[in-house]
Design a protein around this ligand. Sequence first.
Ligand SMILES: CC(C)(COP(=O)(O)OP(=O)(O)OC[C@H]1O[C@@H](n2cnc3c(N)ncnc32)[C@H](O)[C@@H]1OP(=O)(O)O)[C@@H](O)C(=O)NCCC(=O)NCCS
Length: 177
Amino acid sequence: MSTIKNPKDSLTVMTQIVMPNDTNQMNNLFGGQLLSWMDRCCAISAHRHCKRQVVTSTINNVAFKNPIPHGAIVTIEAKVSRAFTSSMEVIADVFLEEQRPNGARIKANEGIFTFVAVDQLGNPINVPKIEPETELEKERFAAALRRRQLALIIAGKMEPEQATELKALFYPEESQQ
Ligand SMILES: CC(C)(COP(=O)(O)OP(=O)(O)OC[C@H]1O[C@@H](n2cnc3c(N)ncnc32)[C@H](O)[C@@H]1OP(=O)(O)O)[C@@H](O)C(=O)NCCC(=O)NCCS
């Protein structure tokens, strides 16, 4: 596939309000509900990148840093950070808007997902390449390769010796030889 896309082509923004049914016993947003919103938002983002059907392959990391209270407005912004052969890493940034005068908009959480583009039979198919533009997109693009190598090693789909970029992080001297 020769087309080259930019992360902004896959930008997907989803806004929700936290209702009583979405909360846990602490009156904060239930983690599973947020995961579901993030998964949907990232799926649309992955689709916007490749324009094919996509499925969630893995949830690589989700950090619930700040609780999100009942009544808060939650905005999820998802973009493809790197595309490989059939898989795409999508990062979702979660922002919380307090519903009160002068309420702040703060970054509450972040999630990193991997989606795979599939054909009608569910077999993986190639996706367009991606070229990062902003500094943050370039950082995330570079780190995505290390995250993929780590995930594949943990899944038993890659030998640690093959993970050269990941190894370079721990043994920079060796990688320069
Ligand atoms: C996702 C799915 C299509 C992958 O099929 P597969 O036959 O395992 O395919 P592969 O092993 O060739 O992997 C496909 C891609 O995913 C990547 N991948 C696989 N496991 C991964 C992991 N743990 N972390 C990151 N990437 C991973 C592979 O590296 C490959 O990427 P590439 O083509 O860009 O190099 C298949 O497992 C599936 O259909 N799963 C169910 C999906 C689903 O229903 N999700 C909804 C939640 S229930």
